[in-house]
Design a protein around this ligand. Structure first.
Ligand code: ACM
Length: 686
């Protein structure tokens, strides 16, 4: 961390050197999510061997556990040998005093605020609830710094509270199962960035992951042996509660139901046998809403789920039911006619309202994807908005429609991590920006946001690098004041926070490196690291055309799996180009980097010869070196009196266009920067 914050400070000063529009609002400390109010002083409180923690006031047993975890982290981060590793009750001389008023409840709208005061006499963390104190402990870990005298925390006063009550992450554990260790790691990292909802998408066409003792066929036929036992889930939920995180179950019905129907074909809308789905897409198998036995089954199954998940919310899915098997079934058509149900949406609403009765009985609030929105839906339902357009930073979607109708609602559109958007793209999306002109009650109904990690192309080895560090940037959107939205500043802090998150056992940096080492087939992987830092996996669903290039058993140790959504090398290069073209001073040297890239392909070639799996990147690697050479030439022309002829520009653009094509299901990200260099030269020539 010492190195990290120092590097951050370096960035700070180097950015101060930039002029005009290149200067930007720079945060004072690398905290993410950034706090509501921060007042930084000059002093430093040094951490010594006698650092100790006391807890005062009323709290649950969550707090000593969290304080103990905090101490573990502090020791790991600093390498300090502490004399006191246990957390005590009231202690006059404590370096860190935690003072709480009451035990917190893991519920929406709970008070999570805290204040942190660090001065010469020590650190005081005050909060109403012990959950607020846990949030504050994470802030402390983020501001530990070091200098020649040792480790310290800067003198500071922080007042902090979340902007949105619902700060969620949905993990699809159905399409690709995630082992428990992934879930625990995810919870730790979520707590680190103050997220408070883990939504588990437990069933889909590809698998049913909740152990049912009443219906064991769901697991024996619908899970390939991969599911969570009830005991495992109980323990996970208890741990999440300690971390101030609610775990919400989703059983996706009536569509996305192939796994259920593989076990119980009699509940389907088509008289057929079903087999687990192996590909990605929207499929036809759908529960039969006209079959009373379906409701008996779901009643019993939901009853089993609510015994394990104490969350007041129960997600029934409800998305993407195309109703094809309903259209094809004459009995269902007759049922609709008899009941005056005219459309499939109305039939789905009939189904949804039946489930609402079941969930009411279990004292659970129904939550579902936006398709559950129906005329007679009870006001207690929560609408999960996932489709729609954007108008600037504001969503144009069911979010506002639901909020307008008085429903609590949550936004996921914009926060689909599987689309491989850059962090900044999701970061700039705001569930309820001032510009949206919402009424007070609409605002109140928008509980917050939830990022979604759909797992068609994600396995245990890659889930961390698909989630992190982007999830930290989105966590900031959900927690921090609306005005915290400087993209450059976010990235500066995200680079620091990404490394800090490794302290929690995340593999988002190590796993891609492991894939690269494997692909390097015994060679030094450095040339591959240089190239991977310039590419990103294909965006949207383009990596997997038609949902059929990959299936659930495909390898996810390919070149694209080592690439991440925000290629840092390319980002820095594109920034440097912008600096070079506009500010001219204080910019990093472009040339040395371009020289290294232009010879990188020569170094990749011998690796490729020994690594058949790498051959898919041959053209990408070659084009990258060519583009780097082109950029070098361009800079050369820009800096001399000699200018190229018109055919040079034609060839340059042809190369840039060819180099934009995918290679190894990834796309080169330095094209924009080089295109801007060429355009600047063209501007000079004209
Ligand atoms: C969804 O993405 N089908 C909710």
């Amino acid at each position: 961390m010492i190195v990290l914050i120092n590097r951050y400070r370096y960035l700070f000063y180097s950015l101060l050197l930039l002029v005009g529009s290149w200067a930007h609002a720079q945060s004072e400390l690398p905290i993410m999510p950034y706090p509501e109010k921060i007042q930084l002083d000059n002093g430093k409180f040094y951490l010594t061997q006698s650092f100790n923690v006391s807890i005062e006031g009323t709290h649950s047993d969550r707090l000593p556990k969290e304080a103990s975890l905090f101490l573990n982290q502090l020791v790991e981060q600093t390498g300090l040998f502490l004399n006191y590793r246990h957390v005590a009750g009231q202690r006059e001389q404590a370096a860190l005093k935690i003072v709480t008023e009451r035990a917190g409840n893991v519920e929406i709208g709970e008070n999570e605020s805290y204040t942190l005061q660090v001065n010469a006499s020590g650190i005081v963390l005050k909060s109403e609830t012990d959950i607020g104190a846990s949030r504050g402990l994470m802030t402390i870990l983020q501001v530990i710094d070091g200098d020649e005298k040792g480790y310290f925390i800067p003198h500071v006063i922080i007042q902090d509270q979340p902007r949105f009550a619902w700060r969620g992450l949905m993990l699809d554990v159905a399409r690709h199962f995630q082992p428990l260790q992934s879930l625990y790691r995810t919870l730790d990292a979520m707590a680190a960035v103050k997220l408070n909802i883990l939504h588990l998408h437990l069933s889909d066409d590809q698998g049913f992951r909740f152990e049912s003792k009443l219906f064991p066929e769901l697991n024996s036929k619908g899970a390939d042996g991969k599911y969570y036992t009830q005991l495992e889930l109980r323990e996970l939920i208890a741990y999440a509660d300690q971390r101030g995180i609610m775990v919400i179950p989703e059983i996706d019905v009536p569509g996305h139901a192939t796994a259920i129907l593989t076990a119980f074909p009699q509940y389907g809308s088509k008289d057929t046998t079903y087999v687990l789905e192996r590909f990605a897409g929207i499929f036809d198998p759908t529960l039969d809403p006209t079959n009373e036995e379906v409701y008996v089954f779901l009643d019993q199954l939901f009853g089993e789920v609510v015994k394990i998940f104490p969350s007041p919310f129960f997600h029934i899915g409800g998305d993407e039911n195309m109703g094809k098997h309903w259209d094809e079934n004459p009995d269902i058509q007759a049922f609709m006619k008899a009941k005056g149900i005219r459309t499939n949406h109305q039939l789905q609403s009939y189904f949804t309202l039946r489930l609402q009765d079941i969930l009411d009985k279990y004292d659970r609030r129904m939550m579902g994807w936006e398709e559950i929105l129906a005329d007679d839906l009870e006001q207690s339902a929560v609408i999960h908005s996932w489709r729609g357009e954007w108008e600037g930073a504001a969503p144009k979607s069911s979010l506002y429609e639901a909020a307008n109708k008085g429903y609590s609602t949550i936004l996921s559109n914009g926060y689909y991590l599987d689309l491989i958007l850059k962090a900044k793209d999701s970061y700039m999306m705001d569930p309820a920006p001032t510009s949206a002109n919402l009424t007070a009650s609409q605002r109140e109904n928008i509980l917050g946001g939830e990022m979604c990690m759909w797992s068609e192309l994600v396995v245990a080895q890659t889930v961390d690098s698909r989630l992190w560090p982007r999830a930290a940037a989105i966590a900031e959107r959900f927690w921090s004041p609306e005005e915290v939205k400087d993209v450059q500043d976010m990235y500066d802090r995200l680079d620091v926070i990404s490394l800090w998150l490794e302290n929690f056992g995340l593999k988002h940096i190590s796993s891609p490196n492991r894939i690269l080492r494997k692909l390097a087939a015994g060679h030094d992987p450095e040339p591959l690291k240089i190239l991977i830092d310039l590419v990103e996996p294909m965006k949207g669903y383009t990596r997997n055309p038609g949902g059929t290039m990959y299936n659930t058993f495909s390898p996810y140790t390919k070149w694209a799996d080592a690439a991440t959504a925000d290629a840092q090398g390319a980002r820095v290069f594109n920034q440097n180009v912008a600096c070079y073209l506009h500010a001219k001073i204080g910019c990093s040297d472009l040339k040395s980097q371009l020289i290294s890239w232009s010879s990188n392909h020569q170094k990749v070639v011998p690796i490729m010869e020994d690594s058949p799996a790498l051959r898919e990147i041959e053209t990408l690697s070659e084009n990258t070196s060519k583009v780097a050479k082109l950029a070098l030439e361009t800079v050369g022309y820009l800096e001399s009196n000699e200018k190229p002829g018109s055919t040079w520009f034609v060839e340059a653009k042809q190369l840039l266009s060819k180099a934009s094509e995918q290679g190894g299901r990834t796309e080169l990200q330095i094209i924009d920067g080089v295109t801007n260099l060429v355009a600047a030269l063209e501007g000079e020539v004209k």
